[in-house]
Design a binder for this molecule. Structure first.
Ligand SMILES: Nc1nc2c(ncn2[C@@H]2O[C@H](COP(=O)(O)OP(=O)(O)OP(=O)(O)O)[C@@H](O)[C@H]2O)c(=O)[nH]1
Length: 247
């Protein structure tokens, strides 16, 4: 598959800011959006990434080795280079979340994060809040764009989590939410990544969003001042008095 040519592992990935990392921007000097995909083991992270990149669903994958994939996407007429980092499943211990340094490095590297859970695994849902908090802690002073993805929507007969709960939780955390079936639907997967790229793109160029540009071009209507209002009120009043007296 073509994506293999664009793949390396976290360990191989050059340190952010290095010349080698800049090279990843691509010869065309495109803007780069870096996305990390995190979540519990077995929720379908690799399947999600591969589906997004190839449009295909392949049933079985090797246990995750932390692969990095690259592709280009069109966002509002601009071609962006995006890198998607698949990560090993998060472990939970008695004291809570256990994220190894490899995973932390990947989260720090990212401009945006996809947090995945499976509707067939309640434990993976319980991780969302902690994972979100952990992600934000690794990016102090900024609000990293995050999308919560509820996967395996085709397995309703063995569901342990109502997707509605995922929606509510994502809302509370201030994240976008997508319910997807990686195995059955490509469009939802694409949309989840697309909305994240859009959010990052707007964050990278806050003054160049079409909405902002448009509002800055349209002159704001002047609000009437008090003197003007009084004058108009008097005019209206005297016109009424005139009408009444003439009857
Ligand atoms: N029915 C169904 N199965 C899925 C779906 N997505 C993934 N799977 C299956 O779930 C299993 C785990 O998928 P992976 O993509 O390897 O999960 P992962 O989160 O990367 O797992 P780790 O590498 O262990 O962290 C595989 O057997 C997939 O085929 C889905 O939408 N529906």
């Amino acid at each position: 598959m073509r994506l293999i040519q664009n793949m390396c592992t976290i360990a191989e990935y050059p340190a952010p800011g290095s010349a080698a990392a800049d090279y990843c921007l691509g010869a065309a000097g495109r803007r780069l959006v870096k996305i990390a995909v995190v979540g519990a083991s077995g929720v379908g992270k690799t399947a999600l990434v591969v589906r997004f990149l190839t449009k295909r669903f392949i049933g079985d994958y090797e246990r995750n080795a932390g692969n990095l994939y690259t592709r280009q996407v069109q966002i509002e007429g601009e071609t962006l280079a995006i890198q998607v980092q698949d990560t090993p499943g998060v472990q939970v211990h008695e004291n809570g979340l256990s994220c190894n340094e490899q995973l932390n490095r990947c989260i720090r590297w990212a401009d945006a994060v996809v947090i995945v859970f499976s509707i067939t695994d309640h434990k993976s849902y319980e991780l969302i809040g902690q994972l979100h908090q952990h992600v934000q802690q690794l990016h102090p002073g900024t609000r990293l764009p995050v999308v919560v993805v509820a996967n395996k929507a085709d397995l309703l007969h063995i569901k342990q989590v109502d997707p509605q709960l995922g929606l509510q939780l994502a809302g509370m955390l201030g994240c976008s939410f997508y319910e997807v079936s990686v195995s059955e639907n490509y469009n939802d997967v694409y949309n989840a990544f697309h909305i994240l790229c859009k959010e990052v793109s707007h964050k990278q160029q806050p003054n160049s969003t079409p909405e902002k540009r448009r509002t800055s071009l349209i002159p704001r209507p002047k609000s009437p001042n008090m003197q003007d209002l009084k004058r108009r009120f008097k005019q209206a009043l005297s016109a009424k008095v005139r009408t009444v007296t003439s009857v």
